[in-house]
Design a protein around this ligand. Structure first.
Ligand SMILES: C[S@@+](CC[C@H](N)C(=O)[O-])C[C@H]1O[C@@H](n2cnc3c(N)ncnc32)[C@H](O)[C@@H]1O
Length: 289
């Protein structure tokens, strides 16, 4: 007989042997995910016997985790803004820091009441869905170049029941006419995006979980990491939108330089709890042609 407590000890040993940091915590999170327990239920069940079929599956999960496969790709789920999302390999795993975008979005919506919200590079759909849940009266568009991302966003659309969301497999760069047509008909468009922003050369330096398993297309932002921002800024200038985007940890200086060079002054960087600027907000409302 193996109790949940013994299984936790075993899982911790396996993960430690494979060099996983915080192995005890990782083991606990893996078991919480597997059984769908809250932490309290987990503690209350520590002496419960684990069924042999569960034991076999958990050992399978541990083998995968030992190979550095991120837990979200094993359990196929992730939490964002306290909501559960489906995730699958090939689609970026939602990050806690991206929640800041939703907080800023809520704040900006006190001033600008959007009728159109556009999530470019939607991944699992977290930003578009959180925005659609908050603004049921707005039309929300989620675009991604990746078919897996689109399939996952559609799955999450069903999970969270957001009828005001349209999900499309599109390339931001080559489908300019389509997004331009949507934005030109909008009164108050808000762009909410977490684009790929890692400089191509830095990908090799990322931790194994990200480097080996997360989709490169979701990460690579060109030689300096700024390819999407430059295109977003140049592309959206004439559409009177408010752009809220996540940025990399050291991207404030080059982005300010670019915005200044484009003659734009209505922008702000918002820092995270560590004081690192991670969000850029650009207001194009006063530049409408
Ligand atoms: C950093 S991920 C963000 C995913 C999701 N929004 C999130 O925050 O978890 C960037 C996303 O942009 C998508 N992407 C990359 N190039 C694109 C393009 N040219 N057009 C549309 N989407 C693109 C990727 O497939 C990926 O899903």
């Amino acid at each position: 007989m193996t109790s949940l407590y013994q299984l936790h000890q075993f899982a911790t040993e396996v993960l430690t042997d494979h060099g996983i940091e915080d192995a005890s915590l990782e083991a606990e999170v893996l078991l919480l995910d597997f059984f769908g327990y809250t932490r309290t239920a987990y503690i209350l069940n520590l002496q419960t016997e684990v069924q042999s079929k569960d034991l076999r599956r958990i050992k399978g999960w541990l083998k995968k985790r030992a190979r550095r496969i991120p837990l979200a790709y094993i359990s196929r789920k992730a939490y964002f803004m306290d909501h559960l999302y489906d995730v699958r390999p090939g689609v970026l795993i939602p990050r806690p820091e991206t929640e800041g975008l939703i907080e800023v979005f809520e704040e900006k919506c006190k001033t600008y009441s959007p009728d159109v919200i556009f999530d470019i590079g939607c991944g699992s759909g977290i930003l578009a869905i959180e925005a659609a849940l908050r603004y049921p009266g707005a039309k929300v568009y989620a675009w991604d170049i990746s078919r897996k991302a689109i399939a996952t966003t559609l799955q999450n659309k069903v999970r969270h029941q957001v009828p005001n969301l349209e999900v499309l497999n599109r390339d931001f760069f080559s489908d300019r006419k389509r997004w331009a047509s949507i934005l030109s008909k909008a009164s108050v468009p808000i762009i909410l995006t977490n684009p790929p922003y890692i400089p191509d050369e830095h990908i090799a330096l990322l931790q194994d979980e990200v480097r080996l398993y997360e989709p490169k297309r979701a990460l690579k932002g060109g030689s300096d990491g700024l390819i999407f921002y430059r295109a977003l800024i140049k592309g959206f200038i004439g559409f009177g939108c408010v752009v809220i985007c996540e940025i990399g940890i050291d991207q404030k200086p080059p982005l300010s330089q670019f915005l200044d060079y484009k003659g734009l002054s209505e922008y702000e960087f918002i820092a995270d709890i560590h004081g690192i600027p991670r969000i850029l907000v650009i207001n194009f409302r006063n530049l409408m042609q």
